[in-house]
Design a protein around this ligand. Structure first.
Ligand SMILES: [Zn+2]
Length: 320
């Protein structure tokens, strides 16, 4: 890995669990890769701390909160930021309702649309989409989760003071989802990206437009930050952001070229060769990404619902 911090990132990149990043910042890195195995973060100040995201179910979130206790005993979690509205970044909120929970307006809209009940229904469907969802999400327990939505919504940008530590929230969405917040801690030269950055896996453009995500990458690349905590995968650097940007540009260009020739959307997804991006995990996300490009180019195309999107990926990658 290219190291932009004089050894700091390289030394933490292979670690899982609670990883210390310096200047009171920590990453909670999932011990396993794959769909739904998301990261979180903790930013500690004097006497209080901020949690970046909860996890996909209560068991995972409880394990994380217990492991963070040595840090949060003297700096309790007073603020939670949900980077976006996908369940793997907020379904554990009911365990932190003592805190102020903040999210971007678009993220809260996403949360209202797809909560644990909808994920439970998807994984119980008797269809290729349901089978695929069970294969990738079967390890999570959605039963018994009470949706705990944010109690503070922000638009655009806001700055928080967490016990003397400046924390900047910037909504760079809609891109991955309807609202995508990055959490920047200038004094730690650290940014938590949510799912604007995946390390080692393909990005999935649920919402788009692609241009917003490319702009988000440019914003991240221009930040005064060396340490990048992605939504999924190990602690990394801006190099991962550059790779995500390249992937998005390539897929958009390839899909648009096929749209122009009149090729049907799933034929295009099957036809595109990923080249240097072929090794990224969860490559089946290409089906969703091509569909998003087609909808950008032809707004009359109806949007796919959750089962429709998971059905596309099952069709593209039946072995998953
Ligand atoms: Zn995620």
């Amino acid at each position: 890995m290219r190291d932009e911090t004089g050894g700091n990132v390289a030394s933490v990149a292979s670690r899982t669990g609670c990883v210390e990043l310096g200047h009171g910042c920590y990453a909670w890195i999932a011990g396993d890769a794959g769909w739904g195995m998301s990261n979180a973060g903790l930013i500690t100040g004097r006497g209080e701390s901020l949690l970046v995201d909860t996890l996909y179910d209560l068991r995972l979130t409880r394990t994380m909160l217990d492991a963070l206790t040595p840090l949060t005993a003297t700096a309790p979690i007073a603020t939670v930021v949900n980077t976006h509205g996908n369940g793997d970044h907020w379904f554990g909120n009911q365990l932190v309702t003592h805190a102020e929970i903040i999210a971007a307006r678009g993220s809260v809209a996403d949360m209202r649309q797809v909560g644990p009940a909808e994920m439970l229904a998807l994984t119980n469907m008797d269809s290729p989409a349901g089978h695929f969802a069970r294969r990738i999400f079967g390890r999570f327990d959605y039963a018994g989760i009470e949706p705990a939505l944010p109690n503070r919504i922000f638009d655009g940008e806001t700055v928080l003071d967490i016990g003397g530590t400046e924390v900047r929230l910037i909504d760079v969405g809609p891109a991955h989802s309807a609202g995508d917040t990055i959490v920047h801690v200038p004094q730690a030269r650290t940014v938590y990206t949510g799912d604007i950055a995946f390390a080692g896996a393909a990005p999935v453009v649920w919402h788009g437009p692609f241009t917003r995500w490319l702009a988000a990458c440019d914003l991240l690349l221009g930040l005064d930050a060396d340490i990048v905590v992605p939504g999924h995968g190990p602690v990394t650097t801006k190099q991962t952001v550059r790779e995500i940007r390249d992937y998005l540009e390539y897929v958009h260009e390839q899909a648009a070229a096929r749209f122009t020739t009149g090729m049907p959307v799933m034929d295009a997804a099957r036809d595109i060769r990923l080249g240097r991006f072929a090794d990224l995990d969860e490559s089946e996300r290409l089906a969703v990404n091509v569909h998003t490009v087609y909808r950008e180019l032809d707004p009359a195309l109806p949007p796919l619902d959750g089962p429709g999107l998971f059905g596309c990926m099952a069709e593209l990658c039946p072995r998953v």
